[in-house]
Design a protein around this ligand. Structure first.
Ligand code: CP
Ligand code: NVA
Length: 304
């Protein structure tokens, strides 16, 4: 079986992505009907977390359990990674013992190097540059509520960060328009994503970005590793808050998403995240189903 990694959404074709999300929706329905599944019996996922996590850890661990396998949590604090053992060596060693590895780290290049030395599938559980697993859940959630994102308009408010990059990748793959509203100095990185496409608008005007949008998305203003910049960023990003006023400019049926954790009163108004257009809890829950589909895609070649 050919080894496939999932480091960015670009590792998938459009057909694969759509099939995976459709499978996630089926898995969710089956689970609700009490159907159990042992497709990953005997298989082990190692999960390296160099940054904190609630959703990613719990969803991957639960996913492996529900599919009959198991997951091992590894942190730099109590593994040799924290004492300087190179990622490359860790990748070689884990390849001899487990069936797949999920890595949450800082520099995306570390993940690329890890994957380059692993002969098992490697999953990006978030890097400074991308968060593709979250996009699987977001695409699934939009599909469940409204159908395909293809042809839609998504408004991204705030930092041109890892989540924003993955949204831009999704826009290219699925064929939707993305309007990114951000302060000039926090634009998405043209080294990480292709910004020179007709479906991408980068603006410093949040009203223009949300106007008529089908989906409004935001994320924290200071990502993990940027804690020291929090106060400065709070002032700079204030006009980009997902507020009720901005939501009223979007399409009347627009949904609101946030990968979480959220800061009410900063990047999102409480009335928006806790309001009728918000689907953030379903979005968070879909991490489980989307990643079960991802694990089956990578570990049993999508033979579902
Ligand atoms: N959205 C997300 O990845 O959450 P965690 O940081 O809790 O894993
Ligand atoms: N941009 C955020 C996403 C958290 C899930 C971060 O990297 O901290």
């Amino acid at each position: 079986m050919t080894i496939r990694h999932f480091l960015t959404l670009n590792d998938f074709s459009l057909d694969e992505l759509v099939a995976l999300v459709e499978h996630a929706i089926r898995l969710k329905r089956d689970l609700k009907q009490g159907k159990t599944r042992q497709t990953l019996a005997g298989k082990t996922l190692a999960m390296i977390f160099e940054k904190s996590s609630t959703r990613t850890r719990v969803s991957f661990e639960t996913a492996m359990n529900q599919l009959g396998g198991m997951a091992i949590f590894l942190s730099p604090h109590d593994t040799q990674l924290g004492r300087g053992e190179p990622m490359e060596d860790t990748a070689r060693v884990l390849s001899k013992m487990v069936d797949a590895v999920m890595v949450r780290t800082f520099e995306h290049d570390k993940l690329v190097r890890f994957a380059g030395h692993a002969d098992i599938p490697v999953i990006n559980g978030l890097s400074d540059s991308y968060h593709p697993c979250q996009l699987l859940a977001d695409i699934q959630t939009y599909m469940e509520y409204r159908g395909s994102l293809t042809g839609c308009t998504v408004a991204w408010l705030g930092d041109g960060n890892n989540m924003c990059h993955s949204y831009i990748n999704a826009a290219h793959l699925l064929g939707f328009r993305i309007n990114v509203a951000c302060p000039d100095q926090y634009r998405p990185d043209p080294g990480a994503v292709d910004l020179d496409r007709d479906n991408v608008l980068i603006t410093s005007d949040p009203e223009a970005a949300v106007s008529g949008a089908d989906l409004v998305v935001t994320d924290v203003w200071a990502s993990m590793g940027q804690e020291a910049e929090e106060a400065d960023r709070r002032a700079i990003f204030a006009p980009y808050q997902a507020s009720q006023r901005l939501m009223s400019l979007a399409d009347k049926d627009a949904l609101f998403m946030h990968c979480l954790p959220a800061h009410r009163g900063d990047e999102v108004a409480a009335g928006v995240i806790d309001g009728p257009q918000s689907v953030v809890w379903e979005e968070a829950g879909n991490r489980l189903h989307a990643q079960k589909a991802l694990l089956e895609f990578l570990l049993i070649n999508g033979e579902w």
